[in-house]
Write a protein that binds this ligand. Structure first.
Ligand code: IMP
Ligand code: MG
Length: 409
């Protein structure tokens, strides 16, 4: 299928990078369409780990990559990322849209000390503000003053449309997630662009008719970094933040993990979330912040699936749940005694209604065949599939490139 999209159905950090890397093997061109270096994609290849923020992570496969007009570009980050990749032996064949807007020091300065929604402080919002306010600087103008960028910029819309005309495989790499979408997410606790699949049309300049295959990415549980409502959260924003960043956790990680599991299986909700956080290494690639964790929210997932209409789902990090005695899936919300099944515009006061399922103890990271998964894991996946109303065709069981179960139908 020539034009494929990978889009997150949650609040970002669903492990898209791993699937983009996997799908990039068959792609000719990989394109980003929204956000900026607020994103963080981690790809593990053997003993090597790559963390990228701006350049599509398909670049690691040595493929041609592009950054669409919908992305906001910090030229310093771009330059550093190119140097980083080249220093690690990767050839960077990149075109940046001449229409993409440039993040300046002024944008970053404007966000300093920001705590209202707890952004990534990369100047993303202020840059989009200037773009919409028609006073932004585009790459075309920036490159006139900074000649080293002249070679790199071009008409990405034309590039992509011509590639599709030649029947080449183009992979659109989403950043952030549907619930962070400026229009369809949990406003105002959102990013300033359109990460949804529809964002490709404006963020690259292609017709909606050209998109052939949409892959929704859903983590087996939910995380959120930054402030904002999160109905299925286990613990609180404040408590998670108080745990500290990854550097502070790492020295006695094993002890903390063991302790968290014991308490989680004793029924302590906060530790159920903490276990997900530790086991899933839920600390930001971009900011190192601890991510808030919670049970799978099928109300939010249905909303995302309605908006993106994925043909299939890539379920990630199923292995992280191993060890938990009981798993929950949020099937609806309750607010003021009323049952809510549609994702509401205001999440405040929505309490999750859960279905409870048996967990599994086995390590599943080496399993490559769906039928070899523990029965309870198979059931968990099947239940999610029912709620998502889309087939789960790929299941991530570990961070490595090979740790994928292809679920054939
Ligand atoms: P901004 O994108 O830096 O403006 O941040 C706005 C909100 O989106 C904050 O809650 C961020 O934590 C969140 N956010 C932005 N980028 C990402 C991402 O790549 N993953 C997860 N959350 C993100
Ligand atoms: Mg991320």
């Amino acid at each position: 299928m020539p034009a494929t999209v990978v889009v997150c159905t949650q609040w970002g950090d669903s492990g898209k990078g791993k699937f983009v890397d996997y799908l990039a093997e068959d792609a000719d061109l990989i394109v980003r369409y929204s956000g900026g270096n607020n994103a963080g994609h981690t790809v593990v290849v053997g003993d090597e780990k790559f963390a990228l923020h701006l350049i599509p992570c398909g670049v690691i496969r040595g493929k041609r990559v592009a950054i669409g007009n919908g992305v906001v570009v910090n030229p310093h980050v771009l330059k550093d990322e190119i140097d980083y990749l080249e220093s690690r032996g990767i050839n960077v064949d990149l075109t940046v849209s001449e229409r993409a807007h440039v993040i300046t020091e002024k944008h970053i300065e404007k966000e300093r000390g920001e705590s209202r929604i707890d952004t990534t402080k990369r100047g993303i919002g202020p840059c989009y503000e200037d773009k919409i306010g028609r006073r932004g600087t585009r790459m075309i103008d920036y490159a006139k003053e900074h000649k080293e960028f002249q070679e790199m910029i071009g008409d990405v819309s034309l590039l992509v449309n011509e590639a599709l005309d030649r029947n080449e495989h183009v992979l659109f790499e989403g950043a952030q997630g549907t619930l962070l979408d400026i229009d369809h997410g949990t406003y105002p606790y959102v990013t300033s662009s359109n990460p949804i699949a529809g964002g490709i049309c404006t963020g690259v300049g292609i017709s909606p008719k050209r998109i052939d295959r949409i892959i929704g990415v859903a983590k087996a549980y939910v995380t959120r970094v930054g402030k904002g409502p999160f109905p299925t959260e286990l613990g609180t924003y404040e408590k998670t933040k108080a745990e500290g960043r990854w550097e502070e956790i790492e020295p006695n990680f094993e002890e903390q993990l063991e302790d968290a599991l014991k308490r989680a299986n004793g029924g302590n909700k906060y530790y159920q979330g903490k276990y997900m956080r530790l086991q899933g290494r839920e600390y930001g690639t971009t900011t190192g912040r601890a991510r808030r964790c919670g049970w799978f929210d099928s109300v939010a997932a249905r909303h995302s699936c309605m908006i993106n209409k994925p043909d299939e789902i890539a379920l990630t990090k199923l292995d992280v749940l191993s060890g938990l005695r009981e798993l929950k899936i949020c099937t609806a919300y309750r607010k003021d005694g009323e049952l809510i099944e549609r994702f509401p515009v205001e999440l405040e006061g929505c309490k999750p209604v859960y279905g409870t399922f048996g967990g599994w103890e086995e390590d599943i990271t080496q399993i490559r065949d769906f039928n070899e998964l523990p029965k309870n894991a198979q059931t968990y996946v099947s239940i999610l599939e029912l709620y998502l109303k889309a087939p789960i065709t790929m299941i991530g069981v570990g961070p490595e490139r090979e740790q994928i179960i292809l679920n054939q139908y």
